[in-house]
Ligand binder design. Structure first.
Ligand code: PGA
Length: 260
């Protein structure tokens, strides 16, 4: 039998929870489940302020940690009030960063800024989760062109040697923050999965780019996780609200772990 391919289940906590005590409780609950699962890689993206503590709670590395954003300039320090650079993120124990989430793009982040952030994060030794996704799905299929351009502009000057450090999160904006009945259907998702892979191969001009994992995000839950992963064929999920619920997130982890 072919070996199982490890799925990636990532939790994007966004600006939640409101206290360090709650962050600790959720994290320890997830850790209890994650530590027994061998076929799933769990990554939690908490707000910056909780990363160091949560890293200490994951002493055996059962859960990987990531930040939700990074400063765009490739500098290690300086007069940039409010900014946090890649080296700082690494120094508190996180090794991933989400870049280009639609909620940040909504406040003005362009593909050019996303590109700068990706270059800066990769140079700092972080793994990047690049979020892409169309706002609407029009009948004419313009969203294909939109995604192609988003991939192209975001990855300008990213060298081939960084393949292993990039994950794509396909998060159609129309599917984020809804009920799981409104998530993307698995058949459409599979089509997008193939489309994104093809564009990565074209962009980097090598078949190796097909190794870049592609996650789906947008109202995923334990009820639809199996279909998204098996029929949709994606390499994992980026889970928003449900990642704050230990039981539901734990069930998603178990489903991903048990898939053949
Ligand atoms: P959601 O969020 O699962 O709550 O829809 C996903 C995301 O925005 O990453």
């Amino acid at each position: 039998m072919a070996p199982k391919k490890t799925k990636i289940i990532a939790g994007n906590w966004k600006m939640n929870p409101v206290s360090v005590a709650e962050a600790k409780e959720i994290f320890l609950g997830v850790k209890k489940i994650a530590r027994n699962l061998k076929n799933v890689k769990t990554i939690i993206f908490p707000p910056f302020v909780y990363i160091e503590l949560l890293n200490r709670l994951s002493s055996l590395g059962e859960i990987k940690l990531g930040a939700q954003d990074v400063f765009e300039a490739s500098v290690a320090s300086g007069s940039y009030t409010g900014e946090i650079c890649g080296q700082m993120i690494k120094s508190v124990g996180a090794n991933h960063v989400i870049i280009g989430h639609s909620e940040r793009r909504a406040s003005g982040e362009t593909d050019a800024v996303v590109n700068q952030k990706i270059l800066s994060a990769l140079r700092s030794g972080l793994n990047v989760v690049l979020c892409i996704g169309e706002k609407d799905r029009d009948k004419e299929g313009h969203y294909f062109h939109f995604l192609k351009e988003q991939i192209r502009h975001s990855l300008v000057d990213v060298q081939k040697k960084y393949f292993g450090n990039i994950i794509i999160a396909y998060e159609p904006i129309w599917a984020i923050g809804k009920s799981d009945r409104e998530a993307m259907n698995p058949r459409d998702l599979h089509e997008m999965y193939i489309f994104i892979k093809k564009n990565l191969i074209d962009h980097f001009k090598t078949q190796d780019a097909s190794k870049v994992p592609i996650l789906y995000g947008g109202s995923s839950s334990s009820l639809i996780a199996k279909d998204l992963l098996s029929e949709g064929g994606v390499d994992g999920l980026l889970v928003g609200r449900q990642s704050l619920d230990v039981v539901n997130f734990g069930n998603i982890l178990k489903i991903a772990n048990d898939l053949v």
